[in-house]
Design a protein around this ligand. Structure first.
Ligand SMILES: *Cc1c(COP(=O)(O)O)cnc(C)c1O
Length: 404
């Protein structure tokens, strides 16, 4: 008989977890589709999607089936051996994108770390060891390793951890002239999110993205797109770069890739991959069969015309509901983003209230996100039901009434 489980509550968090998060006051214990229940049995509608991760909702039957089947077959063998789920997932990602080669990791930061190292390594091998400059953007977010917080454009995340990796320069997002002013032949890469997620749900303009591609070509630099949040159907296309008519050199993806199971990938071309050799980079869990089997099941569902078209239809429903709330409360200065990555920027008179709205929404039974202090962010399941959208928005309306 299994031992009885120890009782834990939200206050246990404050005693046992490193205090780097401030989670909501309830503890979710169960999820199904776009609904979640807490320890007290209270039900929530989930517009947060685990921060753009649970793209097929909670406990999607196809993902549960892949987890159970692979879980009873083979979990882990290390990269001393390869495995079928990793080979299948890589083949399908390649078939669906510009890429020829895949590296698997376990988190967005790890995929980005691999991308930045590859960009430097490629430039060093093909051009010169002095071609190491990385151009990145204010407010960008690329993860929490020391290299990725340093490429990220929010110094509060990288200050205080000692010397940072050098030769990284930040300029304003969507400002092509600013990039022109700093790019040169010592630049190895421009790193950019097609839609800045954590930084406020701001899409790159087409002219900016196309301009970055041209500047990279002129200076033999790589265009590295961080699609950790924008990828895997979130934007209404499998990857957001497809909206821009540009071909990147490297993309990274994570969050929705495993639908809630930790897995990430870096995708690139044969030419760029050719500088790599056994031992140059690696990670113990990368390409783990259990993770890859679940990601393969997620990709098979997300990369279909029905699901991708459904993202755009659902966006319209969300935006219409947000506009109705705006008409009632005179709240938003802009509703932005792409597909089901939605940002609703608060008007100046409501500045700083995003977190209060998140908390009031949780109390009314709807889970939402923020991006900074002034933007409400929604990243729901790509297959959320219309009824869940309506019910969640009704709850959000009651929460706004409380706060305003
Ligand atoms: C979440 C995120 C990351 C970091 O991913 P982790 O899995 O937390 O390491 C990197 N880039 C972007 C754009 C993200 O949204």
């Amino acid at each position: 008989m299994a031992a009885e489980k120890m009782a834990v509550t939200r206050s246990t968090f404050d005693e046992v977890i490193l205090p780097v998060y401030a989670p909501a006051q309830f503890v979710p214990v169960k999820g199904q589709g776009s609904r979640v229940w807490d320890q007290q049995g209270k039900e929530y509608i989930d517009f947060s999607g685990g921060i753009a991760v649970t793209a097929l909702g909670h406990c999607h039957p196809a993902l549960v089936d892949a987890l159970k089947t692979q879980g009873e077959t083979l979990w882990h063998v290390s990269n001393v051996f390869t495995n079928e789920p990793a080979l299948r997932l890589a083949s399908k990602l390649i078939a669906a994108t510009f890429a020829d080669r895949v590296f698997f990791g376990n988190s967005g930061a790890e995929a980005n770390e691999a991308a930045f190292k590859l960009a430097r390594y490629y430039a060093s091998h093909k051009h010169s060891p002095y071609k190491s400059k990385i151009i990145a953007f204010h407010n960008a977010f690329h993860g929490r390793t020391l290299f990725t917080v340093s490429v990220g454009g929010q110094p509060k995340y990288s200050d205080g951890f000692g010397p940072k990796p050098a030769d990284i320069i930040h300029v304003p997002f969507n400002d092509l002239d600013a990039v022109k002013a700093v790019i040169d032949d010592h630049t190895c890469a421009i790193v950019v999110e097609p839609i800045q997620g954590e930084g406020g749900v701001t899409p790159a303009t087409p002219a900016f993205m196309q301009g970055l591609r041209e500047l990279c070509d002129q200076h033999q630099a790589l265009l590295v797109l961080d699609e950790v949040q924008s990828g895997m159907g979130r934007s209404g296309k499998l990857f957001a770069y497809e909206h821009y008519g540009v071909t990147p050199d490297i993309i990274t993806t994570a969050k929705a890739l495993g639908g809630g199971f930790p897995v990430s990938a870096m995708l690139t071309t044969n030419e760029i991959a050719s500088v790599m050799a056994p031992g140059v980079h690696g990670t113990t869990y990368g390409g783990n069969p259990l993770a890859c089997a679940i990601a393969e099941a997620a990709l098979d569902i997300i990369n279909t015309p029905e699901v991708l078209a459904g993202v755009n239809a659902r966006r319209e429903a969300f935006v219409a509901e947000l506009k109705a709330l705006d008409a009632r409360f005179d709240l938003f200065s802009e509703i932005r983003g792409q597909g089901l990555l939605i940002g609703a920027a608060l008007k100046p008179q409501h500045a700083g209230k995003a977190r209060d709205i998140l908390n009031a929404a949780a109390a009314e039974g709807v889970m939402v996100l923020v991006a900074g202090t002034d933007v409400l962010r929604l990243a729901p399941s790509l297959v959320i039901d219309t009824l869940d959208i309506q019910e969640g928005m009704a709850r959000l309306g009651r929460a706004l009434q409380q706060v305003l």
